[in-house]
Design a protein around this ligand. Structure first.
Ligand code: COA
Length: 263
């Protein structure tokens, strides 16, 4: 399958989606968003894909935001549709059963920061820059930025970043808890690849459970979150992965997780 604005490859269970419009700093056009949606559908259906990485082509940008050239012709109704469609696709991404890592190699602004925040965690190059600069265009983030940023870094810091359009570097983003790890630019992809390979060898049932319990649990009270955890803990015990993991430990060998539930 070939696409106009993205590249997609799968190698040994690790899929890489690369935003590929370097001349426009990989800005997210409606066409790009639809290509992302197509890829997410493929990933969802393909049990061979165990981890997904998102990155940007070129050495300058991950994604420098939604494609601003599209905004001039948009009326309010179309703007709402654009925001809702973007949000829908980012929810699809967030709700994939597999781990998704944003590998941020440069500018992650506006929609770029928003899509990175929809991933499970972010690895950044020491050249990466993050921000929600929509205020400079007289608008606000539309792909979930106000909501996910506030949940990740707290309300006051999210307001400061969205109101001032301040761009922060990778280390500042790490200090805020937005970024999990920072790597020298030339090592970023290799380091992310190592973690992806390690995740691809872990139990898919437990990985999915961790993702769902943390994501859903953060939106409810502690007791309800712990109840979700206990349910998912039980589901893991109904998986062949749990049998295999425990047996492998006791037999002093590496587990071979398949991601299936017992009958
Ligand atoms: N949408 C469309 N095109 C974009 C873009 C975006 N979000 N961001 C950058 N581009 C384009 C530029 O227009 C320029 O195109 P050109 O070569 O045809 O003139 C090209 O990408 C390179 O960008 P440029 O601004 O020349 O690079 P720079 O290094 O001077 O600045 C940025 C980099 C990221 C600081 C700057 O491009 C920028 O502020 N981009 C917009 C960020 C933004 O507001 N995002 C939120 C959108 S809702």
């Amino acid at each position: 399958m070939s696409y106009e604005n993205i590249l997609f490859e799968v190698n040994q269970g690790v899929a890489i989606l690369t935003f590929n419009r370097p001349k426009a700093l990989n800005a997210l056009s409606p066409k790009t968003l639809e290509e992302v949606a197509e890829v997410l559908d493929l990933v969802k259906k393909d049990q061979g894909v165990r981890v997904l990485l998102l990155t940007g082509a070129g050495d300058k940008a991950f994604i420098a935001g939604a494609d601003i050239t599209e905004f001039q012709k948009m009326n309010p109704l179309e703007a709402r549709q654009f925001a809702e469609r973007g949000q829908e696709i980012f929810f699809q991404l967030e709700q994939l059963a597999i781990p998704v890592i944003a590998v941020v190699n440069g500018f992650a602004l506006g929609g770029g920061c928003e899509i990175a925040m929809s991933c499970d965690f972010i690895y950044a190059s020491d050249k990466a820059k993050f921000g929600q600069p929509e205020i400079n265009l007289g608008i606000i983030p539309g792909f979930g930025g106000t909501q996910r940023l506030a949940r990740l870094v707290g309300r006051a810091k999210a307001k400061e970043l969205c109101m001032t359009a301040e761009m922060i570097d990778a280390q500042q983003a790490k200090d805020l808890g937005l970024v999990a790890k920072v790597f020298p630019a030339e090592q970023l992809m290799a380091e992310a690849g190592k973690v992806a390979a390690a995740l691809a060898a872990k139990g898919p049932v437990a990985l999915r459970a961790i993702k769902q319990v943390i994501d859903r649990g953060c939106d409810v009270d502690l007791k309800s979150g712990c109840a979700l955890e206990a349910e998912s803990f039980a589901v893991c015990f109904a998986s062949q992965d749990a049998g295999e993991g425990v047996a492998a430990f006791l037999e002093k060998r590496k587990p071979n997780f398949q991601g299936t539930l017992t009958n």
